[in-house]
Ligand binder design. Structure first.
Ligand code: CA
Length: 615
């Protein structure tokens, strides 16, 4: 017995060595046993061989070769493998023969993780922290400039790569945890071997590979595991609408229609409303979804059945491989919408606890709500998408903090915007934020005013929704989007030769520490407050630019929030709020821990906010 097993191990090593050296690409390179969908479609590509002439054979009793699909490009063949109830984790030899020639690939089916807490999803119980990986911290200078990559590090260039990486993030997880957030959303970390502006990550050139200038696939898994052990989730930013023009597929497409082709370069009209517009022309819709996002970003055709399956499997592969907790999907209305509904459903069927948020970059609530699962849509469209990014609320916050109060300006903007929430199937599932990588920084928007800064964040962290912060907000980083890269600056202290270090208290200014401490106080408090995560919301019409709302739950927990948008202190009579205050006689001020023993009248300082736990 012993001798036989040594022989079979030897054979296996031989097959593995042979297999891995044979094909130019096999994707997905491995899969798992135990998904509810029993099929996997595997791409085989050999840059020098006419693969279409080869006959594939799967040497297994329990894995069936359901379908062989040959493409117009003979260097590709796609095999659809079907697993059965009897399929066990292990290696399945797939033999390709053409006359006397043969190639064997040992396809591995892995065992799925048995850790039920590994993939958690995310919700309004979380606060997400958005990081641009190239700009946060450079943990490994050895990966800054690598052979085979067009771009190396040029830190003096605003649109160049600066060298930030996964190790830089891993090294500062304690900083992130200390701030009090519970999840990280990284701008895309997959390979972007583009000739220009590859730092932002949205022109992917390999959908199965972390950009090596950020680290390896294994480094990504290690970062996620470390984060999970510290109570920090990982949201992966994905792009399905387009790929980078330097993507390896673009050098030798399996079929011309894997990307939308035009006689001359044709740009999207970027009119997201054209997808849901009841009066839209076919011309406008086609340009919106099939036009290229940029001349360096070819538009993916999700109606090609092979590529459609490839993309769905790619998302499931990353979830199972890396153990991510959620996906943020870029440019949500730009791909084929029926494909996107299938994509989201396939993921949530395998991972019911998972969450996906889609970016619909519009200031129009009806257009955004169209994309959230459960919307009452005129065309009957159901997206299967649980969460949308709440751009209208961000715009309302910025207006509210910068306008004088009136019937419909100033803090009335917050009231009016939330009063429209009935249009969302699940407003508490919206991702809310004061800024991100695609707009001026929040501190810039509030005119570097600390009081306004605190008021907007108080609102964000206590109203409905899943708050998202942008790295550096807690450090009062400033930046004007009209001078684009200034909103994507490096964190001082993230680079070895930086003169200041904002990651430590002593390296921050007094104002920076005030901002950091304020945010930490609210974030730490919010973590253990189900009434904020899932409690009800009741708000009152603003009077004299003072906005008052409550988060409350059946068990009697009540939090009162007061925002005073005036340059003078205000006295607030609370009789108007008796339907929700009833029975409560005192309160704890969450920010300064003071106890308030008389709730009938409250003194609110100028441009200040109060968060009160009612007792
Ligand atoms: Ca680096």
């Amino acid at each position: 017995m012993r001798r036989i097993s040594i022989v079979s191990v030897f054979l296996l090593i031989q097959i593995l060595a042979q297999g891995q050296n044979t094909f130019t690409r096999v994707e997905p390179a491995f899969w798992w046993v135990g998904f509810s969908n029993p099929e996997v479609e595997v791409l085989f590509y050999h840059k020098d061989l006419n693969l279409s002439a080869y006959q594939p054979r799967v040497q297994s009793e329990t894995v069936k070769l359901k379908r062989v699909t040959r493409t117009e490009n003979p260097r590709y063949v796609f095999l659809t493998l079907q697993l059965t109830a009897a399929t066990q984790p292990g290696v399945v030899p797939i033999v390709f023969t053409d006359g006397k020639k043969s190639i064997t690939y040992s396809y591995q089916f892995k065992e799925r993780s048995s850790d039920k807490n590994r993939i958690q999803g995310f919700s309004a119980a979380d606060v997400l922290y958005l990081i641009m990986p190239d700009r946060f911290a450079n943990g490994d200078v050895k990966n800054d400039s690598l052979p085979g990559f067009y771009q190396g590090v040029h830190r003096d260039q605003p649109f160049g790569r600066h060298g930030g990486d996964l190790k830089g993030i891993s090294d500062h997880l304690d900083y992130i945890k200390d701030l009090g957030v519970t999840g990280i959303w990284l701008n895309p970390i997959l390979e972007n071997n583009q000739k220009r502006e590859s730092y932002h990550g949205y022109a992917i050139t390999d959908l199965y590979q972390v950009d090596q200038r950020f680290g390896s696939n294994e480094d990504y898994v290690a970062l996620i595991n470390k984060g999970h052990s510290m109570g920090i989730k990982m949201i992966q930013d994905m792009v399905i609408n387009h790929i980078g023009n330097e993507h390896w597929l673009m050098k030798d497409l399996p079929e011309k229609d894997w990307v939308h082709q035009f006689p001359t370069f044709t740009r999207s009209n970027y009119r997201s409303e054209a997808v849901s517009d009841p009066y839209r022309s076919t011309q406008d819709l086609t340009l919106m979804t099939d036009g290229w996002f940029d001349n360096t970003m070819p538009d993916v055709n999700q109606n090609n059945p092979l590529f459609a399956t490839y993309l769905i499997q790619n998302a499931i592969w990353w979830i199972e491989y890396a153990g991510i907790d959620g996906i943020r999907m870029d440019t949500y209305p730009y791909p084929d919408k029926d494909f996107m509904a299938r994509w989201a459903k396939a993921i949530l069927t395998e991972y019911p606890q998972f969450n996906i948020v889609g970016e619909v970059l519009m200031n129009a609530k009806p257009v955004i709500s169209y994309w959230q699962q459960g919307a009452f849509n005129h065309d009957g469209y159901q997206s299967n998408l649980p969460s949308v990014i709440d751009f209208p609320l961000t715009n309302a916050i910025n207006a509210a903090l910068n306008e004088k109060g009136s019937w419909d300006t100033g803090l009335s903007k917050l009231y009016m915007t939330l009063s429209h929430d009935f249009i969302y199937p699940n407003a508490n599932g919206n991702v809310t934020f004061v800024d991100n990588h695609d707009m001026s920084r929040y501190y810039h928007n509030v005119g570097r005013d600390m009081n306004k800064f605190k008021m907007g964040l108080t609102f964000l962290l206590t109203t409905r929704g899943i708050p998202q912060l942008y790295y550096g907000t807690e450090l009062l980083m400033d930046g004007d989007y009209s001078i684009h890269p200034t909103v994507r600056r490096d964190v001082p202290g993230g680079w070895r030769d930086d003169k200041e270090n904002n990651f430590i208290r002593a390296g921050r200014t007094k104002d920076q520490n005030e901002a950091y401490d304020f945010m930490k106080k609210l974030l730490d408090w919010r973590k253990s407050k189900p009434v904020i995560h899932s409690g009800k919301l009741m708000h009152f019409i603003p009077h004299d630019n003072v906005y008052v709302y409550f988060r409350y739950s059946e068990n009697g927990e009540t939090v009162m929030v007061v925002l005073n948008g005036n340059d003078k202190p205000m006295e607030l009579k609370t009789d108007r709020f008796r339907e929700v205050i009833r029975g409560k006689s005192s309160a704890k001020d969450v920010i300064n821990d003071a106890i308030i023993n008389n709730l009938s009248s409250l003194q609110i300082p100028a441009n200040a906010s109060l968060v009160l736990e009612l007792k």
